[in-house]
Design a binder for this molecule. Sequence first.
Ligand code: MV4
Length: 502
Amino acid sequence: MFKKILIANRGEIACRVMRACREMKIGTIAVYSDADRDALHVRMADEAYHIGPSPSNESYLCWDKIIEVAKTAGAEAIHPGYGFLSENAEFVREVTKAGITFIGPPPEAMEGLGGKMSARKIAIEAKVPIVPGTTEPLRSFEEAKVISAEIGYPVMLKASAGGGGKGMRLVFDESELKSALEGAQSEALAGFGDDAVYVEKAVVAPRHIEIQVFSDTHGNHVYLGERECSIQRRHQKVIEEAPSPINSAELREAMGECAVKVAKAVNYVGAGTVEFLVSDLDRSFYFLEMNTRLQVEHPVTELVTGIDLVREQINVAWGSELSFKQEDITIAGHAIECRVYAEDPDNNFLPCPGKITRLRVPQGPGVRDDGGVYEGGEVTIFYDPMISKLAVHGRDRAEAVDRMRRALMEYEVGGIKTTLAFFREVMDDVEFIEGRLDTGFIPRFNERKPAATSDETTKDMAIIAAALAHSKPKAAAANAAASTHESKWASAGRFAQLGSRI
Ligand code: MV4
């Protein structure tokens, strides 16, 4: 086995990878930027090397510096985590040239699946259903008009190089098509330096369900069930769960087999995720794209399968066969994950950097927190403000929801605003509890809930706080303090259930 691995990442995922290394008795090498001098991943590593200024394009994206560190520190392999260099085929080639093992798929698989249009071609070849549409860039408005009419409105224009909803337009009829096409093309050009846009049929109120796949260098390909990731804001996942509330063994098998077909088609190696849109009307599913990395939401799959995906990645990179076969994989119970962000839910989820003055992480039965910060540490403006992933596991979905609700009550973050209060509200939401998840969940949720920052609400808060101050002075003071770093509503609402939060 490898003796030393360099982790080319930061935050919670760097810490997560180091945990697997430690269990496997592998030495860990961290790299860090100016802003991360005192970061948790640096403290957790056996060795840590400074690689540059705070902006990621001068540090975590500088592969020459990272490879240099790997050589001097004697790393035999590099784990890229997610984001940064994790899906950069050129980086993979450079790492390999330096005689170091890249923990991830071969560059050819990455490139084939990197573009949306190229991925669609691979899926067609592999006889995997895709959303009806084109696999070549639209050459003119006239062509877009003819094809869209053929497919039938509503249609979706998508940038081939796209991601995060950039260069994507939903078009309801022909009158909107011209400006949508121009908008998508210019956004794609500005965002990715490539204005290629194609068209596909819009699936109405779809679910986003993805399949975890795993492949080794011996030609074994398996699927580890699905994750439902339909709850997204601005094309960022917010809550993920496994299995999907649909929880159908037939659908899992059908989607799983399609996902494996895609992995086989590109001679995939390691952990990958095949994304599908699923229509709630008839449970039909369509391949969307494949992500050639370990995903943020991998813990929910780990919780229901009992498999350590990072350990398996390292084993596969070493050249070992997968430690399990398809028939060994079972889905036990239900897992839910909330991405806890340093953002203000009362102010349009604006990032909230700052010093974490207090941190109490939930514990107890069925709770797992993958964190990247510590009390006294800082959340900076330079990187994604996710501070942890809170995941729970229960025997069924109802138990998992109860556990998440309880864990969220235990969770305390002081000094910065977080999305914890938002999650507490979601756990009490009827549509969420019933598992009615689709891409419209967040907009509907926002409509249903009272305007949290109106003057009336603030007044009510003052009244509640005053009443509590009268009966329980210490607790009320704590609650008033909590309301400065969390949603006022959530703090007040929970107070009756919780009594004191300190
Ligand atoms: C779609 C779609 C409907 N029809 N494609 C793709 C990338 C992802 N960030 C959003 N994507 C969508 N692609 C077709 N043909 C709807 C979405 C979509 C979405 C998908 C899953 C979860 C949330 C979403 C929110 C808006 C749009």
